[in-house]
Design a protein around this ligand. Structure first.
Ligand SMILES: [Zn+2]
Length: 242
């Protein structure tokens, strides 16, 4: 059996048989990987606690015929423990894991940018570097952009006319000018549009200067945009307090 090493964040786990789990990982070099962790539901397991959601690990895997098998795991960081007492931060983190699971496509395709984005966002969340909701919305926008769904918050998403514009339409790719405006578009406040642009670019001083109303409106538009591109929304977003 060929062995390989990689770094990964554990996105989710499912029970398998009596004592095993299938672990979904976002790895640095091998994209999204589903692997078997044997015996981890036994209390005697040496690495059961290291293959739980939110764990950032260095691991060795053996290539299997259908699923690879985890043979060694070392902890790099335990984000669940660092988020544990903060329900708001924890639910934001859960949405990040679910979104990464959905946005990173076929197993085996490298997704280093998505991996680095997720690790950076979890670390920012665990370090309480910015308000949790802003970290989540910035992560979602940037992850969508990496996946090829970059929203436009300045120029018109259809004709490219320089903004600022008033209408927002998820299906059209972002802001629309007066000529391109589609029925059913939202009309977010200008402050909200500036916040969305700052979150997409990672301009934190600008993002943190925003007011609560703009943050709430921005979160709703990010959720709508994500839902449009994922076809069905993230279940975990319902638990994020906005
Ligand atoms: Zn236009």
């Amino acid at each position: 059996m060929a062995l390989y090493r990689d770094e990964a964040v554990v996105l989710r786990t499912q029970k398998l048989g009596e004592a095993d789990r299938i672990v979904t990982l976002l790895t640095r070099h091998h994209g999204r990987v589903r692997a078997v962790a044997k015996g981890v539901r036994r209390t005697s397991s040496r690495f059961g606690s290291r293959v739980e959601p939110f764990m950032h690990v260095d691991l060795q895997l053996a290539e299997g015929r259908t699923l690879d098998v985890i043979t060694q795991v070392e902890t790099l960081d335990a984000y669940a423990g660092r988020l544990g007492n903060d329900y708001g931060a924890y639910t934001c983190g859960t949405s990040m894991l679910e979104s990464a699971d959905r946005l990173v496509g076929e197993d085996g395709h490298p997704a280093a940018q998505q991996y680095l984005l997720l690790v950076g966002a979890l670390r920012a969340l665990a370090d309480r570097r910015h308000p949790s909701g802003l970290i989540l919305d910035s992560f979602l926008l940037r992850s969508l952009a990496i996946a090829g769904y970059a929203p436009s918050f300045d120029t018109c998403a259809r004709c490219g006319l320089a903004g600022p514009h008033r209408a927002f339409n998820p299906g059209a790719g972002g802001m629309l000018c007066a000529d391109c405006r589609l029925p059913g578009s939202d009309n977010p406040a200008p402050e909200t549009v500036r916040l969305l642009a700052a979150l997409l670019s990672g301009l934190w001083p600008q993002a943190e200067a925003s007011g609560d109303r703009a943050r709430r409106e921005a979160s709703g538009l990010v959720a709508a945009y994500l839902q449009w591109h994922l076809e069905r929304g993230l279940r975990s977003l319902d638990y994020v307090d906005r």
